[in-house]
Design a protein around this ligand. Structure first.
Ligand code: NCD
Length: 308
């Protein structure tokens, strides 16, 4: 039963609940016009203490396309956080006005604190370098739609695996499916945190390897998940400058890739995928952004307990 739940990290959803959301998203993708007023009278609050384009606007577009209304703020300075209000007090207040909230915060755990302070469903829209469960729902819907399955494939995840919250959530979620092999491609300094290699990959006997060169593994991949080096989480600008261009996927690098590999990226892209790649049929990152809106429509409906 998803009604009334919050979504803080991907595995808050059982595999059954995940399937329910993805199946509803498939139905919405097929017939979006049948859902245009299912959330009439409901209000979504977007509480974004950190910049966002896709996550906030796809949440808002999702609610508007379901016939609901939206309100919120898009930076900490325009909320009472600037006056020193706690996240718990803010959410208690928002719960007086809205039916469901999506929150992005630079501090890891802030959306969880919010969820514990209210009965209103709270959705984590990204907390620091920690988790980003709705990007993961987006990624799973995209992979399932384009590859037809969520098991038995090899995924290369490349870039900033240390600070990239989308990476942490995706590994966590995919580790529950059988025979998903992970190829983790990053510079030494940006490897996935140890809690992920130990608690998730090693403890579950998952097939994974860590490499530094993307070219060496390109031909093995069914999915390539590129990520941006997370500038805002670096303590030292010199380190960011040294690492920011570690990987740039271009047509030449793709020459050894499988013909049916798909290239995903949570976006925003800086320059880790050269724009010439956008025309290649394997480039799926803008389709992925669209799937993000549909899966958020499904999630909002499920958490509000709204049926068609
Ligand atoms: C990601 C994020 O905010 O973590 N963006 C997104 O939500 N699509 C990825 C990023 O900022 O690099």
């Amino acid at each position: 039963m998803l009604k009334g739940k919050s979504l803080i990290e991907p595995n808050d959803l059982s595999l059954e609940e995940l399937d329910e959301i993805l199946n509803l998203a498939d139905k919405i993708v097929a017939n979006p016009e049948e859902y245009t007023d299912v959330c009439k009278g409901k209000v979504l609050a977007t509480l974004f203490y950190e910049p966002s384009t896709r996550t906030r606007l796809s949440f808002e577009a999702a609610m508007l396309r379901l016939g609901g209304s939206i309100m919120g703020f898009s930076s900490a300075d325009s909320s009472s956080a600037a006056k020193g209000e706690s996240v718990a007090d803010t959410i208690r207040t928002i719960a007086c006005y809205a039916d469901i909230a999506a929150m992005r915060h630079p501090k890891e755990g802030a959306p969880k604190v919010a969820a514990m302070a209210t009965d209103m469903p709270v959705i984590n829209g990204g907390d620091g370098g920690h988790q980003h469960p709705t990007q993961t729902l987006t990624d799973l819907l995209t992979i399932r739609s384009l590859k037809g399955k969520l098991d038995n494939f090899t995924i290369g995840i490349c870039g900033d695996l240390k600070f990239g919250r989308t990476v942490h959530s995706l590994i966590k979620a995919l580790s529950r499916f059988s025979s998903v092999k992970f190829v983790l491609v990053s510079p030494e300094e940006l490897k996935v945190p140890e809690y992920i290699t130990h608690e998730i990959l090693k403890n579950n006997n998952i097939d994974y390897k860590e490499v530094e060169k993307l070219e060496d593994v390109m031909g093995e991949l069914d999915v390539l998940y590129m990520t941006r080096v997370q500038k805002e989480r670096f303590f030292n600008e010199a380190d960011y400058i040294r690492l920011k261009d570690s990987y740039i996927v271009d047509m030449e690098k793709l020459s050894s890739a499988k013909d049916d590999m798909i290239i995903l990226h949570p976006l925003p892209r800086v320059n880790e995928i050269s724009v010439e790649v956008d025309k290649d049929p394997r480039a799926a990152y803008f389709k992925q952004a669209k799937f993000g809106m549909y899966v958020r429509m499904a999630l909002i409906m499920k958490l509000l307990g709204v049926e068609k």
